[in-house]
Write a protein of this length. Structure first.
Length: 559
């Protein structure tokens, strides 16, 4: 009933699970994986009791110690890692193997495992799982290696390492050493973690070991045809790979497989999201913007494996794929210069960007239906905007009756998922409204022909048009400043405070200014600085920036 890793084939995957199958593939390919024996998911209790009599285990030298790891059917797949959900037991003696196997199997039926499957829509709620038993490696150092930076999406290797076994590192109990390596093998950076004892200032890996592990990780990535999350250990003589799985973070695999290196830009995004975003907001917006733009532009965009996704994260900041946007502009028959100016490109526009490119007839024909669809949406923008406002009103009405403080975490998570699922719909009209490039390009051509400055034509019209919400907020803030100037008590407090305004309610109680300020918060309190990142406080939660702005107007020119 039990097979060793060397005896496994991919036909056994359903019964032995993802972890054992992945280790067997690596072992067959010649990678240094500790051999082991696998308990399949259909093993019965008498077979588990007799596990110690298996020839592979009997041949293990005394006093042998084993690592016993769960290996579920979906575990370590491209879609699901189950990291930290299923049980792993280290340094198990031969007489304890049967109990350790039962404990690993039981972990698949734990509340944590059930919640993981439920959230990710995995159908089998109470699975039987395989268990992988491997001989323990006497590790001098251990850790994890990522062949794409999991924090930024950059195409570079990240190695986390610590002395001894890696279980404390994986569970987040230690601060590891971190080494970043480019794909050519050069070490870009080193950071030593906080370690106890005499080794506190010593790196857990030498330079030669870092380079060797980098080569090994790149080979595993090439073998797996996708970015990899690799668990490894070093026994003082060589590296051992104890686990390797595809990185499950959305979009990383598609970025790594792009046929060309796209051009990225922060233009426009830098105004809306200038700082590093919280991980949750960054994940949601990255996926939503990429999916929504692909849905809106359709075949105007190249496939992901040709030009990459529409958004990518570098060091905690989001970038747009300028190469994809250049392609859209070229198909529409406009020069890239129009696109760059529309985005607010900060660098000088190159001369060659002033001339439109001419994609092949085949590319244009394939994209023509989507080009027509986008044009029709532009013609219906008024109708689309009214529909959008009605959807937003309905959503706000539903949220208004919900008190998040009274909801369990699961319900709050469901509300976030509901909003995430709907955001692509909401963004469609945003893209229609933002698609001013063709209109702008046409106006620029007309202005050039009649020798009339484009800025002189457009800016007065924009200034005299209907105010946006942000413009109206600024106007109302100036109105507050006028009121504060005429309210001596408010003016005195605002000018004298240290800028924190922590006691403003007590200090301004009963003043006309405070009443007006509360009306302002009722209207704009849901907004905030860089408000797209919902981890940042709203004005209703932290109004100091508003009061600071009012004080700035008091110190300035006559209002």
């Amino acid at each position: 009933m039990f097979k060793t890793l060397r005896e496994l084939t991919d036909r056994d995957a359903r019964l032995v699970g993802g972890k054992a199958t992945a280790c067997a593939r690596l072992l067959r390919a010649g990678f240094p994986v500790p051999d082991g024996v696998v308990v399949p998911a259909d093993a019965d209790e008498p077979a588990i009791d007799a596990l110690g009599s298996h020839s592979w285990i009997r041949q293990s030298p005394e006093p042998a110690a084993f690592a016993v790891r769960s290996s579920g059917p979906d575990e370590d797949s491209a879609g699901h890692s189950f990291a930290g959900v299923h049980e792993t037991m280290l340094n198990v003696r031969r007489e304890g193997l049967a109990a350790a196997v039962r404990r690993c199997r039981a972990s698949a039926r734990s509340p944590q495992a059930h919640a993981y499957r439920q959230v990710r829509g995995i159908d089998d709620p109470m699975p039987e799982i395989g268990v992988l038993i491997q001989r323990m490696v006497s590790a001098r150092a251990a850790g994890v290696a990522f062949t794409v930076n999991p924090a930024t999406g950059a195409d570079e290797l990240v190695i986390n390492s610590t002395f001894g076994l890696g279980d404390a590192l994986v569970s987040g109990q230690v601060d590891p050493d971190e080494f970043i390596i480019d794909k050519r093998g050069s070490i870009r950076s080193r950071r030593l973690g906080t370690k106890a004892g005499a080794r506190e200032r010593t790196a857990s890996l030498t330079t030669a070991q870092i380079e060797e592990l980098g080569r090994l990780a790149r080979q595993i990535e090439s073998h797996g045809h996708a970015p990899q999350d690799i668990e490894w250990c070093h026994d003082g003589a060589q590296f051992w790979i104890v686990q390797a799985r595809p990185i499950t973070a959305v979009g990383l695999a598609s970025v790594a497989s792009a046929k060309v290196d796209p051009e990225w830009t922060r233009a426009n995004l830098a105004e809306v999201l200038p700082d590093q975003m919280s991980p949750q907001a960054l994940d949601v917006f990255g996926r939503a913007l990429d999916g929504a733009q692909r849905r809106f532009l359709g075949r105007l965009l190249a496939p992901v494996n040709e030009l990459g996704p529409m958004t990518k994260v570098f060091y905690g900041r989001m970038y747009m794929n300028l190469s994809q946007l250049r392609r859209v502009t070229a198909i529409a028959g406009a020069p890239a210069a129009d696109l760059l100016r529309s985005l607010g490109h900060s660098e000088e526009v190159a001369t060659e960007d002033e001339r439109p490119l001419h994609p092949s007839a085949l590319v244009r024909m394939r994209a023509l239906p989507d080009l027509i669809r986008v044009g029709l949406a532009d013609a219906r923008v008024g109708h689309l905007m009214r529909e959008h406002e009605a959807r937003i009103a309905n959503a706000l009405s539903r949220l208004a009756v919900i008190d998040p403080r009274a909801l369990p975490d699961r319900e709050i998570a469901r509300e976030l998922d509901r909003w995430t699922d709907a955001i692509e719909d909401h963004l469609q009209v945003v893209f229609v409204l933002a698609g001013t490039q063709l209109r702008e390009g046409a106006l620029r051509k007309i202005c050039r022909r009649v020798a009339f400055p484009y800025d002189r034509l457009v800016y007065p019209v924009l200034a005299a048009g209907a105010r946006s919400v942000s413009t109206q907020q600024a106007v109302d803030l100036v109105g507050l400043a006028r009121l504060a100037r005429d309210d001596p008590r408010a003016a005195c407090y605002l000018k004298a405070d240290d800028g924190q305004f922590s006691q403003y309610r007590d200090a301004l109680k009963g003043t006309p200014f405070l009443e007006a300020f509360d009306r302002f918060l009722a209207k704009y309190g849901h907004r905030g600085r860089y408000e797209s990142d919902w981890s940042l406080p709203r004005y209703s939660e932290a109004p100091a920036p508003l009061l600071f702005a009012v004080r700035g107007h008091l110190d300035g020119a006559t209002l």
